[in-house]
Ligand binder design. Structure first.
Ligand SMILES: [Zn+2]
Length: 336
């Protein structure tokens, strides 16, 4: 795996130097071909979000037109737009599918319920239907904006009819529904294989309440919208640093990490200061699941704050970030 990781690193560095003006100039005078291990990365300068944002046109290696675009919904700091190849997104989706498969969930073959921040319910809709079906991926998408005490029974009714094999999306939304289920001692007509939270930090309270309500394990993973390497939880409850998806280094004297990603060829991220911190396990014990990589004990940096709407629905931090990132003074429009 170390060899695979090193080879992937060299492919990425060569690609960046050949195709990105920003990296070619940044690495001027450094002989990349003399690198012999992942540790040689330390010879390269650190790249910050501000550097990428200000030089985005020189950083990117593909035309913006037709690129797969993602805005960091980031829960901290200013927003950043990254442009990637379709195959980069496909690889990231494949990693997520692999992670879910390890827990027994097969994407496209099984049914998933998703709680997300997309606006799927028109503001003037009167009917208590807060979900839409995405047939292509057997996915029922639930609005995270309408989860109030009054509406929750409709959500539960829909879930009971749909009988999802997994639930994914905002843990804060699942938590509100789970609290209602536990409080009213409701017996569900289905039992998902696993629950896969995204975008927000999962607290131990979230985990306990959601697992009790749905009778399934919460399986967490970390990745960012910029395209950081993955850290995911295996069937033994350990967080694995997935070395096949990139390199995570720790900055000297702190837990803050620098990431190098193998799935961001359109906007290369190399020794990128993403703003998150991780505590790695000190023990060299191998996990029983058989995926022999370093283990992560905790990931810090993603806070969980929220507002309540006048109707009592939770507006998550991710929702707020999604609104603000399109504002003219968010820093985003200066680049486009
Ligand atoms: Zn494991």
């Amino acid at each position: 795996m170390e060899e695979l990781q090193f080879n992937e690193l060299m492919n990425l560095l060569r690609h960046a130097v050949s195709n990105s003006k920003f990296y070619r100039e940044l690495y001027d005078g450094i002989d990349i071909e003399s690198f012999s291990s992942v540790d040689d990365l330390k010879r390269l300068p650190i790249v910050t979000k501000e550097m990428i944002r200000q030089n985005i046109d020189d950083v990117i290696t593909i035309p913006k037109m037709g690129a797969s675009v993602s805005n960091t919904g980031g829960t901290t700091g200013k927003s950043l737009t990254v442009y990637n190849r379709k195959v980069d997104s496909q690889k990231r989706m494949a990693v997520l599918d692999f992670f879910k498969m390890k827990h027994g969930f097969y994407n496209l073959k099984m049914k998933r319920a998703t709680f997300m921040g997309k606006h799927i319910v028109p503001p003037n809709q009167k009917k208590k239907v807060f979900w839409r079906y995405n047939a292509a991926v057997k996915q029922m998408v639930y609005s995270s904006f309408h989860i109030t005490e009054e509406n929750i029974p409709y959500y539960i009714d829909s879930l009971n009819k749909f009988k999802p094999d997994s639930i994914d999306g905002f843990p804060s939304s699942m938590y509100d529904i789970a609290c209602y289920i536990n409080r009213n001692e409701i017996k569900l007509d289905f039992r998902p294989i696993a629950i896969f939270p995204t975008a927000e930090t999962v607290t131990s309270e979230h985990r306990e309440v959601i697992e009790r309500a749905f009778g399934a394990k919460v399986r967490d993973q970390y990745a960012s919208s910029e395209g950081a390497p993955f850290v995911w939880e295996c069937e033994y409850g350990h967080y694995h640093y997935d070395v096949t998806t990139g390199i995570i280094e720790q900055m000297e004297g702190s837990n803050e990490v620098l990431v190098t990603s193998f799935t961001t060829y359109g906007t290369p991220l190399i020794r990128y200061r993403i703003g998150d911190s991780m505590v790695f396990s000190k023990s060299n014990d191998l996990c029983e699941c058989g995926f022999n990589t370093p283990l992560v004990e905790s990931i810090e940096g993603r806070a969980i704050d929220f507002l309540y709407s006048t109707k009592g629905a939770k507006i998550t931090l991710v929702n707020i970030a999604n609104i603000l990132k399109y504002m003219p003074n968010s820093g985003l429009l200066n680049n486009s």
